[in-house]
Write a protein that binds this ligand. Structure first.
Ligand code: MIC
Ligand code: SF4
Length: 641
């Protein structure tokens, strides 16, 4: 049978199960990554598993999110993470080295291997032919401890690329076009696999920019073949020896397929406040812009930043625009410095920021009241920038620089000549801030600042739940809605009691108080509940506050797994019309849940104000065990095998 790239990699990594859509399988994980905002909890969980050293081939702990140090807490966490990496045999990427996904692509990505990361944009490495998936931190901790990763085999959705991007049209426009056609729900339960003759017209960093934002489609992952371009990229990174060719077989039949002609694309952008709110740039020209940020995990390749620098050789940044550059990695910064791009950016008055996520996650760079901020980031969920009622548009570096020069949204095709920039044949390699693992770690002590609190004790599943609907919300609720980020809340990621106070705080500031008083509560939601960030905190804080079940029309994959990992029941309404029958404040009772869950042939019945409503019982055997134990950690402690 002809096989896709993802099927080939999955089959090589199967520990349990078969490659068949909707079948739960166990996969061997070769590499893991964490970032600091999810990493602290992941390593607290890893410690709880009691394993002396990681069992993966390679694991990296990056620090890129919580970089502003307004008090001791963020640096406390950085030091904790560095000591953990030393103790357990991980690479440690120091704060200031850059964004995890960029660095991982440069230094560690490997065609044909599997990568699990506690960040939803982990699929960026799919640009290099790697099967890279985001998950909650606990799943990453389990993978580091040598356990396989459980996943339901998604459908494979093929995107056949033809043609070649025209000048001023960017790889970012490819993913915008897919988001325009398929929305933030379009990738749920799917692996997006790019193939066809157009693929060879995209370099690895461009493929990575597309794979990065596959997360915004809700896709399990995105993957490109490993071909001559991949080889060239790895050679330029000084890692030619790990290249191998992986292409789909000629007769591969995907579960679904679309065609996209790169030559037909034009510059696009996503309007506030969702990445799928896509429009043609030409239709929005003239909107005044006052902040423009270029960079992030998706768009700060050598070519992206050199293009910006080149455009500034003959043009000036508009006086009302703050043009900010967030380089993705020190390696990129050093390479553009070597090519005189950095001095051009400095000379032109661009604000060169430190390397990391920064404004993308509301760690600084918040826009002023009412202004339009144009960013090359992957996400623009409401308020994520740190400013209430923000107007954040997402776009390519090409659109960003054209608009920075004009001071308004501008179609870059109106610029003079297109600067042709190629990725270098040999990058200057910069490993100065990447600390390699130690061989002998027995006398290393973990340094635990006061910000690191122990993992909360969670009880097993009760047999009857009785409580109120504490919140009813609509479709596409993100984990940013459930537990916001930003410079005030992020430092609390290693302190569950403190961070739980902010649960749903942007929707209902009294939520955590109400939940604590109620002791047991429920949340009702619409479609694609829990999309966006992989932060497992969004599930754990709910459990900590007494939320025992979430009843929705459909879940986003990572949040659903995170809920199960912490013993919160993710219940899907059998008939989504029943969503209209449940309201905030309604009384919910679920009787004999333990029996109901265990009986896989029957649906789960809940009583809403005494009326019976049916939910699906679509849990796998393993998920049932986790739910009954009250989560994965409880399960491992009671039955380690
Ligand atoms: C994001 O882009 O939302 C984040 C911040 O990188 C998250 C992780 C987090 O919340 O820590 C993600 O994408 O998973
Ligand atoms: Fe960082 Fe933003 Fe990328 Fe998330 S999306 S990893 S916050 S740069």
């Amino acid at each position: 049978m002809d096989k896709s790239v993802s099927q080939k990699i999955i089959e090589e990594h199967l520990v349990k199960g078969r490659f068949e859509t909707d079948e739960e399988v166990a996969l061997k994980i070769d590499q893991t990554l964490t970032q600091d905002a999810t990493g602290t909890l992941a390593y607290i969980e890893f410690e709880a598993l009691g394993i002396p050293r990681i069992k993966t081939d390679l694991s990296v702990s990056y620090v890129d999110h919580n970089l502003l140090q307004n008090d001791s807490r963020n640096m406390d966490d950085h030091i904790f993470l560095q000591s953990v990496a030393k103790k357990f045999g991980l690479y440690f990427s120091k704060p200031g080295n850059g964004v995890s996904h960029h660095i991982h692509l440069e230094r560690f990505s490997e065609p044909g291997r599997t990568l699990l990361g506690s960040d939803s944009h982990t699929p960026t490495a799919g640009g290099c032919g790697m099967l890279a998936m985001g998950s909650g931190g606990l799943d990453v901790a389990m993978a580091m401890a040598g356990y396989p990763f459980y996943i339901t085999i998604p459908k494979t959705f093929g995107v056949r690329l033809t043609g070649k991007l025209r000048p001023w049209v960017s790889a970012k426009d490819v993913i915008f076009e897919i988001l325009r056609r398929h929305s933030v729900k379009g990738g749920i339960g799917r692996i997006i696999e790019y193939f066809g003759p157009g693929v060879e017209n995209l370099e690895v960093p461009e493929r990575a920019a597309i794979a990065n934002m596959g997360a915004e489609l809700g896709a399990t992952t995105t993957i490109f073949p490993s071909d001559e371009n991949t080889k060239r990229f790895l050679e330029a990174q000084g890692r030619a020896e790990i290249w191998k060719e992986i292409k789909p077989d000629n007769g591969t039949e995907y579960d679904g397929e679309i065609e996209l002609n790169l030559s037909d694309l034009e510059p696009l952008l996503a309007r506030p406040s969702s990445p799928d709110n896509v429009k043609k740039v030409s239709e929005l020209e003239g909107i005044k812009v006052e902040q423009i940020i270029i960079g992030s995990c998706g768009n700060s390749s050598y070519k992206d930043l050199m293009l910006v620098a080149k455009c500034l050789e003959k043009n000036k940044i508009h006086e009302n625009v703050s043009l900010e550059i967030n380089p993705g990695s020190r390696q990129i910064l050093e390479n553009i410095a070597h090519a005189n791009g950095l001095s051009q950016l400095i000379h032109s008055g661009a604000r060169i920021q430190q390397l990391g996520c920064l404004g993308c996650i509301g760690m600084g760079q918040s826009p002023a009241t009412g202004i339009v901020s144009l960013r090359t980031f992957p996400r623009n969920f409401p308020g994520r920038s740190g400013t209430k009622n923000d107007k954040v548009y997402l776009c390519s570096p090409e659109v960003a620089i054209a608009s920075a020069i004009k001071g308004e949204i501008t179609d870059p095709r109106k610029m003079d000549e297109f600067p042709k920039i190629r990725e270098p044949n040999k990058y200057i390699i910069n490993n100065e801030m990447m600390i390699p693992p130690l061989k002998n770690t027995s006398d290393i002590k973990i340094i635990r600042g006061p910000n690191i609190k122990p993992f909360p004790v969670l009880g097993s599943l009760l047999n009857e739940l009785d409580g109120k609907v504490l919140l009813k919300i609509g479709d596409n609720i993100t984990t940013d809605h459930i537990l916001p980020a930003g410079s005030k809340i992020l430092p609390l990621r290693s302190n569950i009691p403190a961070i739980s106070e902010f649960t749903f705080s942007n929707i209902d500031s009294t939520f955590s108080k109400k939940a604590k008083e109620a002791k047991i509560g429920f949340i009702v939601g619409g479609e694609n509940y829990g999309q966006g960030s992989s932060r497992e905190h969004a599930a754990l804080v709910c459990r900590y506050l007494g939320i025992r079940a979430k009843i929705v029309k459909s879940f986003a994959r990572i949040h659903r797994s995170n809920l199960i990992n912490f013993g919160v029941m993710p219940l899907v309404l059998k008939d989504s019309k029943n969503y209209d029958k449940i309201n905030s404040g309604d009384h919910i009772r679920i009787k004999e849940i333990r029996d109901q869950i265990s009986n896989e042939d029957k649906s789960i019945v809940i009583e809403v104000n005494n009326e019976k409503i049916t939910c699906l019982n679509e849990f796998s055997k393993r998920e049932r065990k986790l739910l009954l134990s009250g989560g994965l950690i409880n399960f491992i402690k009671t039955s380690p095998n």
